[in-house]
Design a protein around this ligand. Structure first.
Ligand code: SF4
Length: 328
């Protein structure tokens, strides 16, 4: 984080004190960005610190914290950040309440009664570190360092502590290696094995799109910073199609909502490919250069003409044909 003297005039947090945050579903660009709380005008004895949300969340919202006498007195999203644009989620907006909560654990405690009894005794950091180190040394002496299995994930550690400092410690000790959470790395591995890499388009390119297909995804709830870019694309004339069995918030604002029966997405994808291949809407040169097995996929898609896909998915054949032509 860096400390910055935020100008009192012009485009700064202080010009938007106490404004109400826009709903992500209705957020638009380039309308003025509103703040989540009152980062008050810094006085001569306060500074504004630029930072980022430390939660395990890919958006990494940029934040502004006003600090006076060593205490945070104001907190808001940074409206000048190009992607997060001053919008913080409900979990993080009241962050100072959490930071200064009397319930926050601030020092080590040692259990002083039976498990579950809720009896704890405060100990010093030196005592806590010495006790843990002593136990680890005993395990290493008897069984070797590989007998220790670190099992943690990012939580609110941020990149430096979550992905660098901890890993360096475990590697230095020679413990068993575990790649963070089991669920995250399993999903990531599956995506890479299926698609080659976990890539996605840059949200800032979306406003240039003529067609946006949102398949099995509800960004209005789970990717709110994407929504202003989507709205900008819609205002520029993009056609937005949501494919989702559920009538989600995102689906309600789309130009088209296709609702396949649950678990029939694969048939729908093959039906779209059937039309693309059979009407010559695919790019053979690109497929040959960038993929393997596309001819076999073309053969597979022949078993999924639009009429059959309609019977499987419940989506009318003419809708499938129209979307494939729009896509192609
Ligand atoms: S959306 Fe919420 S959790 Fe995610 S980075 Fe922003 S403030 Fe943090």
């Amino acid at each position: 984080m860096s400390e910055t003297a935020i100008p009192r005039n012009g485009k700064s947090a202080n010009t938007r004190i106490g404004a109400t945050q826009a709903s992500p579903a209705t957020a638009t660009r380039p309308s003025p960005i509103t703040l989540t709380s009152d980062v008050r005008t810094p006085t001569s004895d306060s500074v504004v610190v630029r930072g980022a949300c430390p939660h395990d969340c890919p958006d990494t919202c940029a934040t502004l914290v006003e600090v006076r006498d060593g205490h945070a007195v104001g907190f808001a999203g940074d409206p000048d950040h190009p992607f997060t644009q001053g919008w913080l989620c409900a979990k993080v907006r009241p962050y100072l309440d959490r930071v200064y909560s009397p319930d926050r654990l601030q020092y080590p405690l040692r259990r002083a009664g039976a498990k579950g009894s809720g009896e704890w005794a405060r100990i010093s950091w030196d005592e806590a570190i010495a006790e843990i180190a002593h136990r680890w040394q005993a395990i290493i002496a008897e069984h070797g360092a590989a007998a220790i299995l670190p099992y943690s994930f990012s939580g609110t550690l941020g990149l430096l502590q979550g992905s660098v400092a901890g890993v360096r410690l475990w590697q230095r000790m020679g413990t068993t290696d575990l790649d963070g959470s089991l669920c995250g790395i399993a999903a990531e591995t599956a995506v890479k094995m299926t698609l080659g890499a976990s890539w996605a388009p840059d949200a800032r390119d979306v406003p240039q799109s003529r067609l946006v297909i949102i398949w099995g995804h509800n960004p209005a709830s789970t990717s709110p910073h994407f929504v202003p870019f989507l709205r900008e694309a819609q205002r520029a004339g993009a056609h937005v199609v949501v494919i989702d069995p559920r009538r989600t918030t995102t689906a309600r604002s789309a130009d088209e909502h296709l609702r396949p029966r649950p678990a029939t997405d694969g048939a729908l994808a093959l039906g779209l490919m059937h039309v693309l291949f059979n009407e010559g809407l695919h790019d053979e040169a690109w497929l040959t250069e960038h993929s393997i097995g596309w001819e076999a996929l073309r053969e597979r898609a022949q078993a999924y003409p639009p009429d059959r896909v309609e019977a499987i998915t419940g989506i009318p054949a003419e809708t499938i044909v129209a979307l494939a032509r729009r896509y192609g």
